[in-house]
Design a protein around this ligand. Structure first.
Ligand code: AMP
Ligand code: ZN
Length: 432
């Protein structure tokens, strides 16, 4: 049941002791990088004087802007000759942020990912198909190394070519898949079109959904259609990638591996810690990384720690499902809206298909929201009255959730644009 029982079930105090020791090591290590050497010197911080975990609050946050300003090597804490890998985050604006790893970092990362996979029941005799981008994106190689380390047959099928993906599943009897939720929805649609019935034609039993926000409703669709148990996987390139927090079989929150990451949740405005259990911005410090330790990284992700122990016996805290980022929030007619609210509402409506797009527009100087919704193809065989009725029903449900009335447009399946990697859910045309 456990990949590393001692570590996963370690009592709180012992875990805190491990964290403190690793934090002290991390600060020493970070001090070797040009960036943190300067940060420590400017603020008169002596890493050796950090005696308690709370002392971390004396250190400044690290932001994406810091990583960009230090591009490419400013946060490197080892000689370049020791570095074996780099990854980059999927951000589409500004300079990329790059993260470096040495051999030990790669091994520790693989170990974390295999710990996650094992926790959900993956074993050596599983066939694991990794349907995510290989390359700078961390989901590909991150899960690949995790699968191999666990000893599962790992198929690096990458993204795209959906028919071939299905063929691979059939030929090798794939039992476990990893994919981003928007691609899971696409895969579902293609299988439906091809008449593939997962219950009969495939042997899937577990799916990992990660790398983008998705709702409980999407999980349920994936579980229902593929006949799998689907687990939420959270990570970010700056903290390796996948393997930061992951659901256990209880599926009530994601255990965040506190032997590898120090967790803080702060109010994004005041930057002060929030009360336990309150939502705030997730701030993480690497506790194991050698090539590029990162201290107090502001993830921009809005997170909340679930109270109480988990029935699975693991002592590492649990993060509630991450519904969005501080920069995801839309303000329309004075109302704050997160795109995930739209998804939650839409995916509860059975007639709704697998894709949607939120368009922000300006009409007569006022912001407005239009939502294009793919519906099941059979629906277009119905008459206009039926279609109008459905449109009204969807509008009503969205108004109840969002408190503004969006304009809803029903569209045929496969008509909305699909991105190569993570889904783009919002198109802002207000300044176009
Ligand atoms: P990247 O480093 O480019 O892979 O992007 C990492 C970001 O993806 C995180 O900071 C989150 O905003 C988002 N993300 C990753 N996994 C999840 C998840 N399971 N749920 C919600 N958002 C996620
Ligand atoms: Zn658990």
């Amino acid at each position: 049941m456990y990949w590393d029982k001692d570590l996963e079930t370690m009592p709180g105090e012992a875990l805190a002791a491990v964290q403190l020791e690793r934090l002290q090591g991390t600060l020493q290590q970070a001090g070797k990088s040009p960036h943190y050497r300067k940060v420590f010197a400017d603020r008169g911080i002596e890493p050796g004087k950090i005696r308690h975990l709370e002392d971390i609050r004396q250190l400044p946050f690290t932001t994406k802007e810091d990583l960009r300003a230090q591009f490419p090597y400013g946060l490197l804490s080892v000689d370049l000759k020791e570095v074996v890998r780099l990854h980059s985050s999927s951000g589409t604006t500004g300079r990329a942020t790059v993260v470096f790893h040495n051999q030990k970092d790669i091994e520790n990362w693989a170990d974390l990912v295999s710990r996650c996979m094992y926790m959900t029941g993956v074993r050596q005799d599983d066939v694991f198909q990794n349907l995510t981008g290989y390359g700078l994106f961390t989901g590909g190689l991150g899960f690949h190394y995790g699968g191999e380390r666990l000893g599962a047959l790992t198929i690096p099928s990458g993204t795209g070519n959906t028919k071939r993906q299905i063929l691979l599943m059939q030929q090798f009897g794939t039992t476990v898949i990893h994919l981003i939720p928007s691609y899971a929805m696409r895969l579902m649609q293609v299988m439906e079109e091809l008449g593939v019935d997962p219950a009969v034609d495939l042997r899937l039993r577990i799916a990992f959904l990660g790398a983008e926000p998705h709702s409980e409703e999407v999980r349920q669709r994936v579980e229902g259609y593929f006949g799998v148990a689907a687990y939420n996987s959270y990570g970010l390139s700056e903290m390796n990638g996948p393997g930061v927090a992951f659901e256990c079989p209880e599926k009530r929150g994601m255990h965040i591996w506190e032997d590898a990451f120090l967790v803080e949740i702060v109010d994004p405005k005041t930057l002060e810690p929030v009360e336990t259990g309150q939502e705030g911005e997730l701030v993480l410090t690497t506790l194991q990384r050698e090539a590029m330790p990162i201290i107090r990284y502001r993830t921009s992700d809005l997170a909340r720690i679930l109270p109480g122990p988990c029935p699975c016996g693991r002592t590492h805290s649990r993060l509630a499902r991450i519904m969005g980022r501080t920069d995801d929030m839309l303000i329309i007619k004075g109302v704050n809206i997160f795109p995930i609210q739209v998804e939650q509402t839409l995916m509860e409506i059975p007639e709704v298909g697998q894709n949607y797009l939120i368009l922000l527009e300006k009409a007569d100087g006022m912001d407005s929201m239009r939502i294009q919704v793919e519906v099941r193809s059979e629906i277009f065989e119905e008459d206009m009255r039926y279609l109008k009725g459905l449109e009204q029903k969807i509008t009503r449900e969205l108004r109840n959730e969002l408190l503004i009335t969006p304009k809803v447009e029903l569209v045929q399946p496969n008509t909305l644009p699909r991105s190569q990697g993570k889904a783009v859910r919002v198109e802002d045309r207000r300044n176009a």
